[in-house]
Design a protein around this ligand. Sequence first.
Ligand code: HEC
Length: 190
Amino acid sequence: MERRPATILCISMFALLVTVFLLVGCAKKSAGPSPVERGKYLAMAGGCGDCHSPKTFTAAGPVPDTTKLLSGYPSGAKLPEIPKDMFGPAQWGAITTNDMTGWVGPWGVSFSYNLTSHPATGIGNWDEDLFIQALRTGKFMGTSRDMLPPMPWQEIGKMTDDDLKAIFAYLKSLPPIDNSIPAPLPPSQP
Ligand code: HEC
């Protein structure tokens, strides 16, 4: 049986539509990861968890505690006694707690911050601008005291706005963990 031109036209239009949908689908896929996915990748490559994630201890050494990722120095943890006269030009530069969330150096003691979305103890109430400002200026909370070592804000703060926004989106997507970070301690010796 011979097909009518209208039917052929309909079939061709349908085929064209399917092709367009497929192409749009492919284009979407190749548009890359979402900000949260990209932020997760950048936070991983930037080693944020090395200092900001509490650890559990295994035979092979400390590993990030996946139930508390990026929640900072565990509040209530007991800081081991700090040895005297450790730091100096020909001596040690810094020491760290065994989970790398607490740091002692000539600047005193610094505690890595809670980067989860908890509103009171983390960054839940921050916005993108405050996050970028803190990392660009090295000011704690964006405007207050100087951020202490070993937080590498000098390097992290040089990431592009888009990268920092992606990291922020990822951090905001983390479940809120109520963990209040102690204020830093001043140096115990000159
Ligand atoms: C070598 C350890 C280390 C690494 C790596 C690190 N941090 Fe930090 N971070 C710290 C410490 C310690 C503090 C607390 C500094 C202080 O109290 O002044 C801090 C503080 C911060 C603050 C400041 C919070 C505030 O209230 O201003 C932000 C934001 C932050 N880190 C984000 C990050 C991000 C994002 C990454 C990864 C891209 C990262 N950090 C990697 C150790 C680290």
